[in-house]
Design a protein around this ligand. Structure first.
Ligand SMILES: *Cc1c(COP(=O)(O)O)cnc(C)c1O
Length: 416
């Protein structure tokens, strides 16, 4: 594909139609259009409203625990310097972790859920619905629904319900109703379809709390906005700590919300190299991966045009990743645009590489990272030994890995 012309700023999108270049938009049934327009109207009202911002900041601080720390990962840095020396290179950049794992509920997902529940309140909605794959977004949605006293229905693929029972139980404890979806393969994509269907049939009272920077406009924009707190904080924190911007920033990409949250405030800092990590699963030559931008093609899913995993007939395929959070066959439309414009590089990391990074980080840092985040760390492990000692890398630690210990035990052939 031809590269689009480089814009003056990478931070102005989307346009009025919700497009990022040829990506995004709102490809929805006519019945959904009034809801989307109503959402957009309210979003435009609150996004620069100081009272709304103050309420969100207060909750982010006292309920979620923000700002999250920017931590110098000294153990990992030392380890990668040794690797560099062993290669005869004598380099190795300083690695920092942005600690989203320290947030309430254990990941970045709470940032988005707090923003959207306040938006739902502003809109006078009475009921929350959400989709979830592994259950992380379902738990975060059920959490904010409990906090604000809303009934909450979480759609979850039947296959996922069976394999994520601790999160299903958490959601129930929090008062949410979990509705298993048997359509399709019973995974995230099917759950999202079902949530959209519920939304159309319950127009009056329901707010759809979407879990990543995807879906029809204005969702990709508003989720990015709520997650941009990650990059805004990280940028200020590194300037304070090191007196300069990082050389490279890295985040994993499922639907793309933690990544766009870190990236967006840095997009116009052209000297900062930005890398998004897709789930390479068992390799890109087969179908067992979730690398939609490296091995997919543009198409329309869940109301927007973006890179998707699809077969020759345009059928959406179920991907695979060791980490359930990266297991989405599409990606937020802004990433597709950033990919084609060349501003952000998107690179796959295999299951095995993520697992190695998971084990390494646990041992040298005393931090058990989410398997999703371990993908981003794995890429740092690859590139840092070839960088110079005075260079700086920030990796987004999107979540903690307690939820993944059963998967890891399976992979290692161990019993818990
Ligand atoms: C859900 C999740 C992801 C992937 O979602 P994005 O929208 O791409 O950020 C990554 N890391 C963790 C810890 C998650 O829970």
């Amino acid at each position: 594909m031809d590269k689009p012309a480089t814009p003056n700023s990478f931070r102005t999108g989307p346009d009025e139609q919700g497009m990022f270049g040829i990506f995004g938009g709102r490809f929805v049934a006519e019945t959904l259009m009034p809801l989307i327009l109503d959402l957009e109207r309210h979003w435009n009202e609150v996004k620069n409203d100081p009272d709304f911002r103050a309420e969100l900041t207060d909750l982010s601080t006292h309920y979620a625990g923000r700002p999250s720390k920017l931590y110098f990962a000294e153990g990992l840095t030392r380890h990668l310097r040794e690797v560099s020396s062993a290669k005869g290179r004598g380099g190795g950049a300083k690695v920092y972790f942005k600690r989203e794992d320290l947030n309430h509920t254990g990941s970045h997902k709470i940032n988005n859920c707090l923003g959207q529940i306040l938006l739902a309140k502003r809109m006078g909605k009475k009921r929350i619905i959400a989709e979830t794959g592994a259950g992380q977004h379902g738990v975060a949605s059920a959490t904010v629904a409990a906090r604000f006293g809303y009934p909450c229905v979480v759609y979850m693929g039947a296959t996922d319900v069976a394999r994520q029972s601790p999160n299903v139980f958490r959601m129930k404890l929090l008062g949410a109703e979990v509705r298993p979806v048997t359509a399709g393969h019973g995974t995230l994509k099917d759950a999202m379809n079902e949530a959209l269907r519920d939304w159309v049939t319950n127009v009056e009272d329901t707010y759809y709390l979407i879990g990543t920077a995807a879906g029809p406009h204005p969702y990709p924009e508003l989720v990015r906005d709520f997650q941009s707190v990650i990059g805004t904080e990280a940028r200020a924190q590194i300037l304070e700590r090191e007196g300069r911007l990082p050389d490279t920033i890295i985040a994993c990409v499922g639907g793309g919300s933690n990544a766009i949250g870190l990236f967006h405030p840095f997009l116009d800092d052209r000297q900062v190299r930005i890398i998004g990590i897709e789930a390479g699963g068992r390799g890109l030559d087969g179908i067992e991966h979730c690398a939609s931008m490296n091995a997919g093609a543009p198409g329309v899913l869940h109301g927007n045009r973006t890179y998707l995993l699809q077969n020759a007939d345009g059928q959406i395929m179920d991907g695979h990743s060791i980490s359930a959070g990266l297991d989405y066959p599409g990606v937020g439309p802004e990433h597709s645009w950033l990919r084609d414009s060349g501003r952000v590089e998107y690179v796959p990391i295999l299951d095995d590489e993520a697992l190695e990074a998971f084990k390494l980080t646990t041992r040298v840092e005393g931090i058990i990272p989410a398997l999703e985040s371990a993908h981003a760390i794995a890429h740092a492990v690859k590139i840092v030994p070839d960088m110079d000692k005075d260079q700086i890398v920030i990796v987004n630690l999107s979540g903690r890995g307690d939820k993944d210990v059963h998967t890891v035990a399976d992979m290692l052939g161990m019993e818990i």
